[in-house]
Design a protein around this ligand. Sequence first.
Ligand code: P6P
Length: 345
Amino acid sequence: MNRFKRNVTTLGEFIIERQADFPWAKGELSRLLLDIAIAAKIVNREVNKAGLADILGGAENVNVQGEDQMKLDVFANEQFIAALNSTGECCAIASEENEDMLEFAGPVATQGKYVVAFDPLDGSSNIDVNVSIGTIFSIYRKRSIGNATLEDFLQPGTEQVAAGYVIYGSSTMLVYTTGHGVNGFTLDPSIGEFCLSHPDMKIPKTGGIYSLNQGNYNAFPQGVKEYIKYCQDKDKATNRPYSLRYIGSLVADFHRNMIKGGIFIYPPTEKSPNGKLRLLYECNPLAMIIEQAGGKATTGTQRIVEVKPTSLHQRVPLFIGSEDMVNQAEQMMLEFNSEKSSVTE
Ligand code: P6P
């Protein structure tokens, strides 16, 4: 190996090399992605010492979801908002932690070309038990003339210009797509850089892992119950029974399936007729990533990225992962569920 050639590609180098993919975006999208990465490094630093700092425990606030806001949630939300505000490219954001969209002040409000929807710290209930958690983000071009409007956030997932997630786990990774494949970068704390570790990620076409909260079994639609039985049946030819793995942290369950193959399902239940997960900043970005990696993402009856959003915090059922496994689950939803699973609020 040439001793004068570095064998790592940093996120910054990679984004600049790939700038040619976007003749229309003279570096703005690159700047946006790099600022998101900076916020991720700052959040990572706090996540890694959450057990030490007094950052654990409820922040005495409750977010729009009615969930206790852990202090790290609030911290992460503030870091990503500050990072996106500093880019000069993002004019407004929508966050799981904020009831309404937030428009940035000054000239960027009208000159900024992008809006970003994000979940700053998904799976935060796992923070104090040291389980992997994550950030998920989705980037759209602003369509409105002048200031951003709610409509700019209610574009279908097919209109995303970029999507990604950060997983704060045994290592910290940033995985993103701009519609030209999926690439994963692992944070090297010794140099404070995300380095290309998983080029051109592809999810296996099938897998041996199914991931859902079995505790809700009695509330699942019949099609999901039938699919669970299918996963548990013994069949050598299709390597069944599959293994049930459920971390309870979406990004961690999703990332495991990206690497090993598998399916993650958050179905409709009586308590949550449209499932629990949010279309704008959880399902759509992960759906863009999985499709770019050769997988599939549906509501059980409709392609996730084709759902027309109607509100910022809209929920949809989510079947996502290896193409063959999602097809099988969808087939059972079609066969055993007479009523279509609706995707209204
Ligand atoms: P349940 C975490 O609270 C989260 O939003 C996702 O990260 C995770 O996939 C899901 O909820 C787990 O929900 O109902 O199985 O505990």
